[in-house]
Design a protein around this ligand. Structure first.
Ligand code: BV8
Ligand code: ZN
Length: 244
């Protein structure tokens, strides 16, 4: 049975507003490869930061399209894991709860989380590369489907490197980091800006910050808790320790 410091459990129970930022590590136990090791097999020779850019799509739309189609099949096979469900449970206990995700797999919504802030879009949605019109319904056949209104190429509705985040999504995420009582950073390498700054902003705003990751050593300091472990194991244990 995992043990947690009593002051952390008290902070969770007393929190008016809990904010959570998730990264690829939160979906790893659902079988979705994390962003940086998503390059297994066929894609081992590509750098995701090279493929996830508008330049790559302009240069070689077919390659980028195939990469996303491959990742989408992995996502469509994936099911939410106990970490996703623990966040649904946590949302029930916090008077105010803001779930911010960098993930594009839609697994939080599938688990039952309600207002999910998708900072980097969603691989299950498409839009036109030329006119940005969102595409709805099944994808038209063909090598690269085209836009019904302007004939431009369709692209995944995700935020590529060098592209701005959806303004409203980022505004809500920033506001949550600045005003929440407890901020969780779950399964993210903290490399990609501006999402990576959110935990620092929360810390500066005197929130209690909880980091759950495989690449941290467990250490508890006042209002800053690093917990080494798998999010699919730590989150359910923490939620039941705090709220029974
Ligand atoms: C922007 C969607 C303003 C696409 C993603 C130079 C030139 C141009 C830009 C920049 C530059 N320098 C910096 C920038 C900004 C750039 C950036 O930050 N680059 C980095 C790489 C240096 N950011 C941007 O471009 C952003 N836009 O800044 O706009 C602007 C405009 C114009 C010009 C300049 C600036 C847009 C960034 C969004 C990119 N899109 N995804 C797609 O998915 O294909 S980012 C992608 O990587 C993911 O979405 C994810 O968000 C991100 C980070 O990955 P993580 O989620 O952290 O996953 P990772 O694999 O890295 O780590 C997994 C972690 O989980 C690890 O720590 C591991 O230990 C842990 N883990 C594993 N298993 C578990 C676990 N933990 C717990 N339990 C487990 N079971
Ligand atoms: Zn179009």
């Amino acid at each position: 049975m995992m043990k947690f410091p009593s002051d952390l459990l008290e902070a969770l129970r007393a929190a008016q507003h809990i904010a959570v930022l998730t990264g690829a590590g939160a979906s790893a136990e659902s079988g979705v490869p994390t962003f940086r090791d998503a390059q297994t097999g066929l894609w081992a020779q590509f750098d995701p930061e090279e493929l996830a850019t508008p330049e790559a799509f302009r240069r070689n739309p077919k390659l980028v399209w195939e990469w996303y189609a491959w990742r989408r099949t992995l996502v469509e096979r994936a099911q939410p894991n106990p970490g996703h469900f623990a966040l649904v449970e946590m949302e029930r206990h916090a008077p105010q709860f803001t779930l911010i995700t960098q993930n594009v797999d839609g697994l939080h919504q599938l688990a039952g989380s309600r207002n999910v802030i998708e900072l980097h879009g969603n691989i299950r949605r498409y839009k036109c590369f030329a006119c940005e019109t969102p595409h709805s319904g099944p994808l038209p056949e063909g090598e690269i489907p085209t836009c019904a209104s302007c004939g431009g190429l369709l692209r995944p509705d995700v935020v590529w490197f060098g592209e701005c985040l959806p303004a409203q999504a980022y505004r809500v995420a920033l506001e949550a980091a600045q005003t929440c009582d407890v901020f969780f950073s779950v399964g993210t390498s903290g490399l990609v800006e501006p999402a990576a700054s959110l935990p620092r902003i929360a810390r500066r705003a005197l929130a209690t910050v909880v980091t759950i990751n495989l690449d941290v050593k467990t250490e508890w300091s006042p209002n800053a808790y690093a917990i080494h472990g798998k999010s699919g194991e730590v989150l359910p244990a923490l939620v039941s320790a705090a709220w029974g």
